[in-house]
Write a protein that binds this ligand. Structure first.
Ligand SMILES: [Zn+2]
Ligand SMILES: [Zn+2]
Ligand SMILES: [Zn+2]
Length: 99
């Protein structure tokens, strides 16, 4: 499998059935696009691996990454923080490892 944001450790393949939702996405923005629209701030950023939506984490008051999952059913995000390689499947509730 080749994706622009990395490859998976073998055990991720066994625990998440949604890896085909991962596309070679381009991040839409450098910050949470929904917070930017309303002039709000965030704590950490998450990147949707299906469409490239950039949203804020659950420690942020607006939780736009989780809201994006509920609105679109895009199951997989990864951390958009520099140096962080983990991702998350909202449906299986498992951590994924990207390179
Ligand atoms: Zn999954
Ligand atoms: Zn946000
Ligand atoms: Zn998305």
């Amino acid at each position: 499998m080749s994706v622009s944001y990395g490859t998976f450790l073998p055990d991720a393949l066994e625990t998440c059935a949604h890896l085909d939702a991962i596309r070679p996405v381009k991040p839409h923005s450098k910050g949470c696009e929904d917070c930017l629209k309303i002039g709000d701030t965030w704590v950490h950023l998450r990147l949707c691996m299906t469409c490239g939506h950039v949203g804020c984490c659950d420690a942020s008051k607006n939780k736009h990454a989780t809201k994006h999952f509920h609105a679109t059913n895009h199951p997989i995000m990864r951390s958009f923080e520099p140096g962080e390689t983990w991702g998350w499947c909202y449906i299986d509730q498992v951590t994924l490892e990207f390179e």
